[in-house]
Design a protein around this ligand. Structure first.
Ligand code: SF4
Length: 297
């Protein structure tokens, strides 16, 4: 059995930096994280074990310092937090700031804002929190039900698959041929790289293991993407979810992971697979460097 690791996988720099900021701050003072930093139970348990609290609303915060997650927040939500006299640490990812600025410019230029994303996701709540009038779409029926406007300004939640985003923008143009549609691509580069690498991986594998939290949106997107190219895709939260019956001796097995999955969990899955007598490779376009799993540790 051969195991291939996706060229790009696992935790992105935005989430990693936010976690490091939280851990460093918690060494000095009590800290509350506002909202869901990651949808990964292992990471959340680690943060809680360092005494870090996680709350959903500013009113629930009981520490002097509160951290906004990598997914960002609206100015209104930040204002509510500051009004309570709290010290606000911003861990908003720079690429989420780019999305906020793109949206603000669309509105300033007179376009009706349409966000492609999940309405209840913390990033989308942050994007829409300061807007009086906007729409959030995720499917063709959402697009077809939009009221007609003369100008639509479209952008996306940073973790949406770019193919879906382009498809919905195209549909919007088809449903509203009289309207001016301006699209700004705000899907972040790490998401594009992981999605692209997942397609490459799934196309050459008999089985793909996608590692990530059960409620992680971008992990589910990776599962969906891989399933379009490989018939046997399993979503696991860690090595303990793996099942020997999924693998046969001649299989090529691919590993990928969502942007909130820590390296230690990816390594534990790789080690578990190594016990099944494997060779281990990293997927790249040009070369497949073969390493034994023990040399990777
Ligand atoms: S998924 Fe993209 S935008 Fe979100 S934190 Fe990671 S790098 Fe930043």
């Amino acid at each position: 059995m051969k195991v291939i690791r996706a060229e790009h996988l696992g935790m992105c720099f935005g989430v990693r930096d936010a976690i490091n900021l939280a851990l460093d701050t918690a060494k000095r003072e009590p800290l509350t994280i506002l909202g869901d930093l990651v949808h990964n139970e292992t990471v959340l348990a680690e943060l809680r074990s360092r005494g870090i609290r996680i709350e959903q609303q500013p009113e629930q915060v009981r520490t002097n310092t509160v951290m906004v997650t990598a997914h960002g927040a609206s100015e209104r939500a930040l204002g509510r937090t500051r009004e309570r006299g709290l010290n606000v640490l911003e861990a908003t990812c720079p690429l989420v700031h780019v999305a906020h600025r793109a949206l603000a410019k669309l509105v300033a230029d007179g376009f009706h804002p349409v966000i492609i994303g999940k309405r209840d996701h913390v990033e989308v709540r942050g994007l829409t929190g300061d807007l009086a009038d906007y729409d959030v779409v995720l499917s063709e029926s959402d697009v077809s039900n939009l009221p007609a406007r003369s100008r639509f300004g479209v952008m996306a939640q940073t973790t949406q698959p770019i193919e879906r985003v382009r498809q919905l923008v195209q549909l919007l143009r088809e449903y509203f041929p009289q309207s001016e549609v301006r699209f700004v691509d705000t899907v972040c580069q790490p998401t594009k790289q992981r999605q692209h690498a997942a397609v490459e991986l799934a196309q050459q594998c008999d089985v793909v293991i996608v590692i990530g939290g059960a409620h992680s949106n971008n992990t589910r997107e990776l599962v969906e993407t891989c399933s379009r190219h490989c018939p046997r895709v399993h979503h696991v939260q860690g090595a303990s979810d793996l099942n020997e019956h999924w693998f046969q001796r001649q299989d090529t097995v691919g590993i990928t992971a969502g942007t909130s999955t820590p390296d230690v969990i990816i390594q534990s899955v790789a080690k578990w697979l190594a016990r099944l007598d494997t060779t281990f490779t990293t997927s790249t376009k040009e070369t497949h460097e073969v390493k034994s799993i023990s040399r990777m540790d």
